[in-house]
Write a protein that binds this ligand. Structure first.
Ligand code: ZN
Length: 561
């Protein structure tokens, strides 16, 4: 039992429940019990009010599972600081008002029966500011997680560093960031739930270093607060500036999630550690064709047409069709979220995997929204980020390739399109986890290869894979784009040729006439082929995978190949 349900049955926190509450957003008068039942989210407009640290723990962790962890000792007033009042006196008052020792509560517990260590900030305690005791609490939480091999969940609400502790408070940023680095080295998942407000030193340290950043609707996060920015640059800030929704659009958080849905998503993410046993996938029949002679050879123009067919299953269709518990992870963390390239954690018949793919669409609206499946540099930066995360968490990577090519444009060039693609090639060449790539539509140039440096490269029967589009090739070499059929034939871009050239390891059959005729069946065949490729690969150690993968690509163009 979790979340709203729990709220309905137990008193939460220490404060008495007010009988009536005015919603800060829609100004409606709400019955206190109803408000509490909705986890203190306005049932009328969705406004998320703040929770105390103990309310938050009660909401997130399974009832009865929580054990408080006591952080180590801290020097409480390192500077002997006094402003209008002595800092020591402010601490005493904050303790009395909140019943807390300092701004962070640490606890060990479970979310939907999966263990986690949680460090939760309480804004009531001197604005959730980061001083020695809060830094110690975050470091203790990470060390506790390391000690028991648990993931770490951080919940933030903070105005920034605690000025009254001077430079010692600044040092907490380094202390807590180092704790996150140790979690990375141990391969343990870290999650942050960003609540309103999260500013300054915490956001520029442990908060944003987590593997997955979840934000509550409307929560604001940033380094400099809006008032400071406005006073400094003397310009009006964009609407919704620094809100969760703004951060999501700009690639700075993975998702914005209503409070009631957070426990389920956290539990899904915590499940990344549950790997199935050796028998995983044993009863799946391998549908792959490895003999080129067994493949039908329709006219190459027909193959090009089928590869571009709008009804072909997209990456999101494949994810919906044969993966479970998908959690989309968004953003390149430097200012953009590219919709032409999607990815996230999911489960393949129980096996946790990272899935990454180009995303087109079935109609013009979707195609425009997703830039026709042509990623920006941000798309490739997101892909590289997710690949590194897969390596950290020891989960295999599945890529689904369907792009006319990386986006050609001024912004893309300025944003380092070449660098971003090259980085994907390098990351994939070093990834110590299995990688299975499926060219499921158009495999266009470097923008496709950026997801295809894999241990097994599969190709759907009617997909194409090429250094350039037939139109582009005809325009350049024939000086006539109309001669695309000749160019397509000369490029030998169909699956049969790719098999003959050794570029791919096998062909996934498609339903008669093409995948668009029976998308579900087509998806099932890709599923079966991916499972069969992964069930062998996942037995191999990382070093062996890397050396075999490099050898695979080392030989292209050699006479013996
Ligand atoms: Zn409201």
């Amino acid at each position: 039992m979790n979340g709203a349900e729990y709220f309905g049955k137990a008193a939460v926190g220490t404060r008495a429940e007010a009988e009536w509450i005015v919603c800060r957003s829609c100004k409606l008068l709400l019955y206190g019990k109803r408000f509490t039942r909705h986890a203190k989210v306005c049932p009328e407009c969705g406004w998320h009010s703040s929770l105390t640290a103990s309310e938050r723990l009660a909401f997130l962790l399974d009832p009865g599972s929580t054990t408080t962890v006591q952080p180590g000792a801290s020097v409480r007033d390192p500077l002997g600081f006094t402003d209008l009042k002595p800092y020591a006196g402010r601490l005493v008052a904050a303790r009395q008002a909140t019943g807390l020792d300092d701004a962070v509560l640490v606890a060990h517990g479970t979310v939907h029966d999966r263990p986690v260590v949680a460090a939760v900030m309480d804004f009531r305690f001197l604005g959730g500011s980061l001083g020695s005791a809060a830094g110690e609490a975050v470091a203790t939480a990470a060390e506790t997680a390391l000690g028991c091999g648990s993931p770490l969940l951080l919940v933030t609400a903070s105005g920034g560093a605690r000025m009254q502790e001077g430079v010692i408070s600044l040092m907490q940023m380094a202390r807590t960031s180092n704790a996150m680095a140790a979690m990375d080295e141990a391969g343990l998942l870290t999650l942050t739930l960003i609540t309103d407000p999260t500013f300054g030193g915490v956001s520029a340290s442990f908060v944003t270093l987590a593997d997955v950043l979840i934000a509550e609707p409307g929560a604001r996060m940033g380094f400099a607060g809006p008032r400071v920015i406005e006073q400094t640059v003397r310009q009006r800030l964009p609407e919704r500036f620094q809100t969760a929704e703004f951060l999501l659009e700009h690639g700075l958080v993975d998702t914005v999630l209503p409070r009631s849905e957070v426990p389920r998503m956290v539990a899904n993410l915590l499940g990344v550690a549950d790997a199935p046993d050796e028998r995983w996938g044993a009863d799946v029949r391998d549908p792959m064709v490895r003999d080129p002679a067994r493949l039908a050879a329709p006219p190459v123009e027909e193959t090009v047409r089928r590869a571009r067919e709008l009804g072909r299953p997209t990456t999101m269709d494949h994810i919906a069709g044969w993966l479970d518990d998908f959690v989309e992870l968004r953003g390149d963390r430097t200012g953009e979220d590219c919709r032409a390239l999607v990815g996230g954690l999911a489960r393949l018949d129980g096996l946790p995997v990272m899935v990454i793919g180009h995303q087109k669409g079935h109609d013009l609206d979707a195609l425009v929204r997703n830039n026709f499946g042509m990623p920006s540099p941000a798309g490739y930066r997101k892909a590289a980020r997710l690949m590194r995360l897969a390596a950290k968490l020891h989960v295999p990577v599945i890529t689904l390739i369907d792009t006319p090519g990386a986006h050609p444009g001024v912004d893309a060039e300025r944003g380092g399109q070449a660098h971003a693609i090259a980085e994907c090639l390098r990351v994939m060449g070093s990834l110590p986890v299995p990688i299975v790539a499926v060219v499921n539509g158009e495999g266009g140039s470097g923008g496709a290869l950026a997801l295809a440096v894999a241990d097994r490269v599969l190709m759907c029967e009617n997909a194409i894979y090429s250094v350039i589009s037939p139109e582009g090739c005809a325009a350049i070499l024939w000086r006539d784009a109309e001669r695309r059929a000749e160019a397509a034939a000369a490029l030998r871009l169909n699956a049969r040729s790719m098999l003959e050239l050794g570029v791919i390891d096998g062909v996934v059959p498609e339903p008669a006439g093409g995948a668009h005729n029976r998308p579900d069946r087509a998806g099932r065949l890709v599923h079966d082929a991916v499972v069969c490729a992964l069930r062998d690969l996942r037995r191999l150690p990382g070093v062996q995978l890397v050396s075999a993968r490099r050898a695979r690509f080392r030989r292209f163009g050699s006479p013996a190949a």
